[in-house]
Structure formats: structure tokens, C-alpha cells
Design a binder for this molecule. Sequence first.
Ligand SMILES: Cc1cc2nc3c(=O)[nH]c(=O)nc-3n(C[C@H](O)[C@H](O)[C@H](O)COP(=O)(O)O)c2cc1C
Length: 195
Amino acid sequence: MKKPEKINQGIRERRSHVIFSPESLSHEIIRLLVEAARWAPSSFNQQPWRFIYARREENDEWLHMFDLLLPGNREWVQHHVPVLMMTLAEMVPSGRKEPNIYAWHDVGLATSQLLVQAASMGLATHPMGGFDREKAMEVMRIPEPFRPVAMLALGYPGRPEDVPEGLVQRDRKERTRNPPETMLFRGRWGTETGR
Ligand SMILES: Cc1cc2nc3c(=O)[nH]c(=O)nc-3n(C[C@H](O)[C@H](O)[C@H](O)COP(=O)(O)O)c2cc1C
């Protein structure tokens, strides 16, 4: 097998943007992103993911979703995130009594595919956990046994001159990760992988 030189381009490009262009995404592009998500693996192919989205030009729908965000997220989303999406998990598969313990895991997998697909297309994304879940159940009319998992900001990258300076600083902040040796073990917990 050929040795991979680099990680996948979409993974390399993806980051959580805070500077968005007001330009909206077409329904077709949004459907394409969900198509990438739809092909994610899931436990017993149960596909527990659901997605609800709103575009800013469909003003009422977008505002309902915007209102769910906690203040820290509203601060940057208002400049000028054009599309908000909520990911949801079916906690108990239809016709069954036992919960699907992989529901959130699999929604995460699907979401990751969506985000990487978006990055590979030059789009800007940002996942958020900071929103009111109880209110979301009511406002978005979410039925049992579904639960909101995350919200996503989606759009095109924007221009620094169109947003407040604080966001420009935040966008420039260095991205960091824990070193591989703290998360990758060989054979059993805590052993070093060596080289
Ligand atoms: C489940 C989840 C919840 C998150 N919640 C928020 C949030 O509420 N607000 C925010 O600004 N960023 C949020 N983030 C973005 C993370 O802060 C970001 O992914 C992390 O700092 C790594 O940066 P990167 O995405 O640029 O690689 C969230 C990310 C995930 C996956």
C-alpha cells in the first residue's frame, strides 16, 4: 500500500471560521453537504442523524435558530453567518425499546463528513454546542425520541474588513492540538507507540 504523504485535503483545510461572507448557500449546496453526511458509517446502518437548516433570507426560520444560540455565539454568528443548521440524533431506533448507544457518535461521524466536504469545497463552517437545547425541542418542534446534538454555522469565508476587530483577532489565533503520544497507544493503555 502506498504510504500516505499527507492527510486528506478537506481535513487539512477545515477549521472553525468566525468570519463569514453574507453570501448565502444555495439549497443545492446544502443538499450536497448532507449527501456527504448521509454516506457516513453508522451502527447497524441505523443512520440516526437528522438535519434542520435555515437560510438568513428565510428570515423567520433563521431568527428562530439564531435565538437558540448562547450570547457568546450570537456575537460572531450575527456577522454574517448566512446558514444555520441543527444536527439531531434519533436516540431510540424506530420500533425498538433499547436506546442506540452510538446515536451521538454516529451523528458526529456524519457531521464530520459534512464539515470536511464543506472545507474541500472552500466553504466556511463552525460547529457549536452553545445553544439552548430545551428551547430547541420546543421551537423546532422536535419529536421524541430525537435530541438536538449541535448547531453548525455554514457559509463562505468572509472579509476581515467587514467584521469587528475582535473577530479578526479570534480568526488569526493559532490552532493547536495535543501531541499524538498523549492519545495513541500500542497494544494497551499508556504504552508508547515508538516510531
Ligand atoms: C461539539 C462541539 C461544540 C462546539 N461548541 C462551540 C461553541 O459553542 N462556540 C464556538 O465558538 N465554538 C464551538 N466549537 C468549536 C471548537 O471550539 C473548535 O472546533 C476547536 O476549538 C478546534 O478548532 P478548529 O475547529 O478550528 O479545529 C465546538 C466544536 C464542537 C465539535
